[in-house]
Design a protein around this ligand. Structure first.
Ligand SMILES: Cc1cc2nc3c(=O)[nH]c(=O)nc-3n(C[C@H](O)[C@H](O)[C@H](O)COP(=O)(O)O)c2cc1C
Length: 337
């Protein structure tokens, strides 16, 4: 099974991706997706966007930059820049973001409400001379609809008109955000009807979730995980084990690795973030997921309360000293989105 790391804005930036590869990945993650770049007509990336796709910050990893736009001209200049200046050969389009400000501009999952416009956009992109001449691989990360799944067949029909690298399907509609059950029937439909390769994404947080997925979707050979790998980065060892059913986790080692991973991410972030506050805030975002693998949340509270770096580091140390990691059967994340 190929495992992809999902783009998670505010979480899976290059500091996270590199630290992950060093501590856990080492070839285990087939593709790392960047959180989205949002181009406009200025034909330039923001400093933060540039830093995240800069080749010097992405050495030795297979990275797929993700772009969010509904304007083919903007998509094409971004593709050219990513290819010509930075050497990326595969680029992903975001058709899933559910945020209100994005959807109101008909971007992200908002674009799924204008199927004709989306078709035109894909036509203009896929027939562009630069894209064709350079064999740029375009993939999509898509929901199954904006406010209804009833257009999913039509949307798949549009995707089938183009030779895409793959479509990564998060089987929810925009109004689900990241809650409610995933729509397995819609995913089955995609597997059956898509002429492009189909990758699954959504709610694989534990070994149990993964094993259930394997039983239900035997024909799928690539999955993308987001929150599950942030919460429990060592879950990758189970996913890539020869026998994921019987693989025995060394939870003490997993905790040591989590400590190492956390330290690497923090140190890398401190290099680019001015002041403790910003870096601590970003680390706390990670703890909103990582807290679920500890058998007691008491010491996590102190981590989340800390304001100063010394206080934060001490709270993390206390947590890691006092509290065990456990492998859970199911995780139900605090519904943030
Ligand atoms: C905090 C957060 C940020 C996200 N940022 C992005 C993003 O930049 N691009 C994107 O395509 N999806 C984004 N997503 C969606 C995830 O990539 C993924 O589709 C979603 O979390 C479902 O997968 P999971 O259940 O494995 O987490 C984000 C999700 C969360 C929770």
């Amino acid at each position: 099974m190929d495992i992809y790391l999902a783009p998670l804005e505010g979480l899976t930036d290059y500091t996270f991706r590199n630290s992950y590869e060093q501590v856990y990945g080492k070839g285990k993650i087939a593709k790392y997706f960047t959180p989205f770049i949002s181009p406009n007509s200025s034909e330039n990336f923001l400093t933060k966007e540039m830093r995240d796709v800069d080749r010097d910050n992405n050495k030795g990893l297979y990275v797929v930059p993700q772009v969010m736009t509904n304007n083919s001209k903007d998509f094409i200049w971004t593709i050219k820049k990513l290819h010509k200046e930075l050497g990326y050969e595969e680029i992903n389009l975001n058709l899933g973001c559910p945020s209100g400000t994005v959807v109101s501009k008909k971007k992200g999952s908002g674009f799924l409400g204008d199927i004709e416009g989306l078709d035109k956009f894909l036509y203009e992109t896929m027939s562009d001379k630069y894209v064709q001449d350079n064999n740029i691989k375009i993939s999509l990360k898509t929901r199954i609809g904006l406010d209804t799944a009833s257009n999913w067949e039509e949307i798949i029909g549009v995707y089938n008109k183009y030779k895409l690298e793959e479509i990564i399907v998060h089987p929810r509609i925009r109004t689900d955000f990241y809650k409610n059950e995933v729509n397995k029937e819609a995913f089955k439909y995609a597997l059956r009807m898509s002429t492009n390769k189909v990758v699954y994404n959504g709610d694989i947080f534990t070994r149990r979730d993964y094993l259930d997925f394997l039983t239900e979707f035997k024909e799928c050979d690539a999955i993308m995980l987001g929150r599950g790998l942030v919460a429990d980065p060592a879950l990758i060892n189970v996913l890539k084990a020869e026998d994921p059913v019987n693989y025995v986790r060394d939870l003490q080692k997993d905790k040591e690795q989590l400590s190492k991973f956390h330290e690497k991410v923090l140190n890398e972030r401190l290099k680019i973030m001015s002041g403790d506050k910003h870096a601590i805030h970003r680390m706390k975002e990670m703890w909103c997921y990582m807290e679920y693998v500890f058998d007691d949340k008491k010491d996590v509270k102190q981590v989340k309360k800390s304001q100063k770096m010394e206080e934060y580091k001490l709270a993390v140390k206390v947590l890691l000293n006092n509290t065990n990691i456990v492998e859970k059967e199911h995780i139900s994340f605090w519904k943030k989105h």
